[in-house]
Design a protein around this ligand. Structure first.
Ligand SMILES: [Zn+2]
Length: 81
């Protein structure tokens, strides 16, 4: 498994001291925008730094952006209790 843009962005921000994240916008595609949702690995990674109501905006099609919460994308994340 390689590393996705989402984890690169979070890792870079965290390494520079950022702790509070407002939202994430995910755009996919090489020549044209295509629907690309964060992978399972990224969903878990994000859940370790953001609460379940964290907003993730995803390009859908025809210029539309859909809004999801982290909980919608990862309803039963792994957590150390
Ligand atoms: Zn990913």
């Amino acid at each position: 498994m390689s590393i996705c843009a989402e984890r690169v962005a979070f890792s870079k921000a965290i390494s520079e001291g950022e702790k509070n994240f407002e939202c994430l916008l995910v755009l996919g595609g090489k020549e044209n925008l295509i629907y690309t949702s964060p992978c399972g690995y990224c969903r878990q990674f994000i859940s370790e730094f953001c609460d379940k109501n964290f907003k993730i905006y995803i390009y859908y099609e025809d210029g539309k952006i859909i809004e999801k919460t982290l909980e919608e994308l990862l309803p039963d994340n792994f957590e150390l209790k």
